[in-house]
Structure formats: structure tokens, C-alpha cells
Write a protein that binds this ligand. Sequence first.
Ligand SMILES: Cc1cc2nc3c(=O)[nH]c(=O)nc-3n(C[C@H](O)[C@H](O)[C@H](O)COP(=O)(O)OP(=O)(O)OC[C@H]3O[C@@H](n4cnc5c(N)ncnc54)[C@H](O)[C@@H]3O)c2cc1C
Ligand SMILES: *[C@@H]1O[C@H](CO)[C@@H](O)[C@H](O)[C@H]1NC(C)=O
Ligand SMILES: *[C@@H]1O[C@H](CO)[C@@H](O)[C@H](O)[C@H]1NC(C)=O
Length: 600
Amino acid sequence: MLVLWGLLLFLPILGLYLWFYHGWGCFFREDAIQPTQPLVTDKRARDKVLRQGFSQDKVPASLDALVIGSGVGGLSVAALLAKAGKKVLVLEQHEQAGGSCHTFQQHGYEFDVGIHYVGQMHENGMMRIIMDQLTDGQLQWNRLADDYDFVMVGPRQYLISAGKRGFPERLKKQFPGEEEAIDKFVAMMKKVARHVALLGALKILPQWLSLFLLRTRILHMFSPIFWFSESSHQDVLNKLTSNKDLQTVFSYVFYGVPPNDSSFMINSLLLHHYKRGAWYPRGGSSEIPFHMINVIERAGGKVLVKAPVTRILLSNGRATGVAVKKSGQEICVSAPIIISDAGIFNTYERLLPPEIKQKPEVASILSRLQYGMGCFLVFVGLRGTSDELGLKSINYWMFQGADLNSLMDQCSLSTLDEFCENLPLMFITSPSAKDPTYNLRHPGRSCMTLLTMAPYHWFSEWKEHQPRHRGDDYYNMKMKLAQKMLERALKENPQLEDKVEYMEAATPLSNEYYLRAPKGSMYSAEQNCSRYQSDIIVKMRTQTAVPGLYLTGQDVFSSGLAGAVHGGLLCACAVLNRILYLDLIIMKKRLKRQRMKKRD
Ligand SMILES: Cc1cc2nc3c(=O)[nH]c(=O)nc-3n(C[C@H](O)[C@H](O)[C@H](O)COP(=O)(O)OP(=O)(O)OC[C@H]3O[C@@H](n4cnc5c(N)ncnc54)[C@H](O)[C@@H]3O)c2cc1C
Ligand SMILES: *[C@@H]1O[C@H](CO)[C@@H](O)[C@H](O)[C@H]1NC(C)=O
Ligand SMILES: *[C@@H]1O[C@H](CO)[C@@H](O)[C@H](O)[C@H]1NC(C)=O
């Protein structure tokens, strides 16, 4: 009881303190949103922003911070710091900026590698406000059709619809008799979405305080979020329904972890993420880095590519700079704050001296994590526009059967040959059908991307070789799987049969090479139940065991574009010593008021 009163007293004091500390000013500004400029399609103009090669003379003098990696996690924290007037240098090992948001062009086609669709981009939603702020309002989003996903369980098919009401209603039509289970699931999903902010708060509060609150189980009295995050998705579903197809539909956004080892919180957040609909960046996913870089440069910062960081430099135990490999030599760049978007494994296992990862506070985290599963991508170039070919913006999620646990097991345990025979699961999407500007940028062409999960070991014997130097065996193996996946996709879209003009495949080795993803993992650290135990949630935070070194991106909270941007926000909160989420709430209120006024 005493504890409860203590907490009741503590919260208003904290609230008052934050209010005074933030004053009336807001970190974000309405006038950051500029009138939309025309899409820049000229390759040279884009390369000038996205492909600025590293050299020592391009490093700005007296840096305020340095970011390793130009994924959206790295760029978003750099842009936030830039908004606070900081001069930030972002170093990227690849030859173009963007990480999973970069795109590549071949034979007149353009493919994005790691953004298929994003949720929560509705007007005045929190995620939209932050994306607008980070891109001067220049990044535009196309909304996909209301029916955005198509789930195929064996021969049976289910549509997923957007909308607070549309989502459950569509499901109820397709699963008569399961109304109660659907309502219960949606109610839990809402609860998770409402309470997940508490976990964010625990990553912002000092770690000792968060751990204290956890161990005393004070917060457990107020919020079910710990139960949701620690419960296996499968266990929760079993209590709701025994309908295997419905269980599959509640778990269809696959990311390499079987439902029996994944967190109910994460799986339900994934579905919740798209509840308002799905969006695709107008102009393709490289628009995301393109506009964020402008914000960073306006404050005197730079984003330089072909800049592989080999080490984080320490002085008296504090991070003071990095070493960059350039023409066989190491160039040192110093900055008072170092931020890593390279992921938790790269940061501790490759960039820091080995004794750091042996520190108990680091070892206790790393021992509970593992490398995430890899993925296999097939990029298909098609002759004809999306309209001509009847390509739709809807995504296909195909499952050979309704037992996702064993299908996921097949991904990790079967041989490549067995996998080719069975194709347990696969995802099909058409970026060109989601973006009306594709035809403008690549006239007369369209494209399709196929994806499945794939373990590293299928291809690991070629890991020492560079792309295009891995020999015929590697090529034939990957093309065999690619061909199987293409055949399966053509079965769904027979009109494309004679339109395929280009096909390329990416294995976990490609992810490892181009994105430095350890073991080619698709989403960095595996998102299994172990990672979402409450104490690990508190410990996986932006602060590291090294003073002056911070983590950003998808390992700070969770993966996906939204997850990585939250990583950037949490990191900026720590570096700027300011709770930017409060500023976001203030901004949201202000924008809402303005819109109401306009309407009157
Ligand atoms: C195939 C695929 C499909 C996806 N689809 C979606 C989707 O539809 N919707 C969605 O929201 N999310 C999707 N995601 C996930 C999303 O893209 C990622 O979670 C997010 O972009 C990760 O951002 P990040 O900044 O944390 O990491 P990354 O984008 O991986 O960036 C890390 C960067 O660090 C660089 N780096 C690493 N080491 C070094 C070093 N030593 N020196 C210099 N640079 C270094 C890498 O080259 C890389 O550019 C997908 C991911 C994949 C792989
Ligand atoms: C989840 O990850 C942890 C940490 O590596 C591992 O110990 C555990 O076995 C994993 N769970 C399963 C079922 O693979
Ligand atoms: C999950 O299910 C699969 C397939 O049924 C099984 O092999 C695996 O051991 C299960 N994992 C857990 C953590 O229960």
C-alpha cells in the first residue's frame, strides 16, 4: 500500500518536473514542414546526396557526434541531433546511404531491399509526425488499397483489411463462429498498443530505477504489458481459439521465429501497426535517406559512404572516435559522442575491444540474444507497366499449411533441396504497383519481389567471397530456389508468364555483405521470447557499457522502419537529455488544434 502511495505521489512530481524542464517550448516545429518539392528523379542529383564518398577532407571540423551506419536508425538520430543544432557525421560502409532503405538499379529496373510497406502513416499519427519532421515534410506516402494483405493457408485464402472496424469485421466474415476469439484478440492487441509506451519509458529512465521497478513488481500492478511481452504467442492463441487457420492469420507477418517462441506483444504489435492501413514511400524507399540527409547537412553535418568503420576508439574507457578503412589505411575521426547503428552484435563483437563484451553487464545481455534468421529475396523485372500487367498493391503471404511452428522449423532445419521441394512459406509483393511514380521513373517496366526466410548455413561456405565471385555452384544453388519461388508466384499471376525480363536473387550472404548484417540476419538480433523478457527489454537500451557510446536502430527496441526510428528517438533522448516523446505529444496536440481551426 505504501508503495502505491509513493508511486501516486511520485508521478505528479515527475510530471511537474518535466513540464518545467521543457518549459513551454517544443523541440519540434510546425514550420519544419515545407511545401512539397517535385520528386528528384535525376540519378546524378540523387547520387550527389546518397553517394558522397568518404575522404578525410570531407569530414566537418569540430563534430558534435558521429554515427556508424546510415540505416534509418542512424539517419533519424542524426537528423534529430541536427534539429538541435548539432553537427553530425554519418559513416556508411556501403557505396550508398540508407541501409535497409537503399534501393538498387539493374537493367532499367529499381528494387528496394528492405521496405515493403509501413503502417501508422495516417495524417497526424505519431509516426507520421516524426517522419514529417525528419524529412522536412518532403517524404510522401501512398496508401495501399484497404485490402492490403492476402493470406494463403494451403488452398484457403483470407483477406486482411485496414480500419479499426474493418479489420475485425473482415475477419469475422471469413471465420464464422470465431467472433468471440477475434474480439478478444483485437482487445488484447489494443491493450498492448496502449501499454507499450511503458516499456519505452523504462528504456529512458535510469537503468537502476527501471530494474528496481521491475523487481519490486510495482509496475506489474498497473500494466499487463510484461505479461504480454513474456508470453509465447502460441500459448495466448491456444487460449483464444483452436482454429488453426485463424491462428495462422493472427501470426502471418513472419520474421523467422515460430509462434511458439515469439512474443505475443511483438506479433500483435505487428498486426496493430497496419490496422490503420499500409503505406509505401512515394518515389521508393531511397526517398527516406534522401530527405533525412538534407536535414543533417543543413546543420553542417555530412553523410559519407564507402567508409567502413573498423574500430571504435577508446580513451580512458570513453568512446572518443572511430577508425575508418580507406585504401588499406586507417583514418581516425574523433567526436565527443559516438552512436552505432551497426547493431548490437557488430558493435560489441567487432568494433570494440574483446574485454568489453566480457563485462558482466554486457555478457548478461548478449547471452540472451542470438543472430536473427536470414532471408532470401528474388527480384523480378517485368516488361510492361503495372497497369498493363494487372499487378496489384496487395501483398501475398503464402503458407503451405496451417502449422506455422513446423513451417518455421523447416526454414531452419531442412536442406536447401528439401526446402525447394516444399516452399513452406513465401511473401510476394510488387513495389511498382504500390507507387504511381514507378512508371514515371522506369517507363514501361514493373517489378515484383519474392521473399522467404533462409538460414545462413545454406550458403555459408561462400562467405569469404565477394558478390559475383562466389562461383557457379553458389549461383546455381541460389537460382534453383529463385526459380522455384518464381514458378510459385507465376502460378498466382499467370498473366506474367512471358513478361519476365530480369531475375536476381539475394541470399543471407548478400545481406551480410551489403548491410553488414551478422550471419545475414534479416532483422538483426532474433526477436524470440528470450529477447522480450522484461529485464532484457530494460537492459537493451541506447546507453552502452562504454561512456560516450550509444546504440540506435532496430536493436534498441524492435525492428521495422518504425522500430528503428524509435531506436533513433530513444538515442536522441539520451544524447540531448530531453524526453522528445513529450515534445511529440505536444506537437500532435498543436497540429490537431490547427486542423480543427482550419476546418471551422
Ligand atoms: C528484406 C527485408 C524486408 C523488410 N521489410 C520491411 C517492411 O516492409 N516494413 C518495415 O517497416 N520494415 C521492413 N524491414 C525492416 C527494416 O528495413 C529494418 O528493421 C530497418 O530499416 C533497420 O534499420 P537500422 O537503421 O536499424 O539498420 P540497417 O538499415 O541495417 O542499417 C545499418 C547500417 O549500418 C551499416 N554498417 C554496419 N556496420 C558498419 C561499419 N562497421 N561501418 C560503417 N557502416 C556500417 C550498414 O551498412 C547499414 O547501412 C525489412 C527488412 C528486410 C531485410
Ligand atoms: C531464443 O534465443 C535465446 C538466446 O540465444 C536462446 O537461448 C533460445 O534457445 C532461443 N529460443 C529458441 C527456442 O530457439
Ligand atoms: C515449436 O514447435 C516446433 C514444431 O512443432 C518444435 O519443433 C519446437 O521445439 C517448438 N519450440 C518451442 C520453444 O516450444
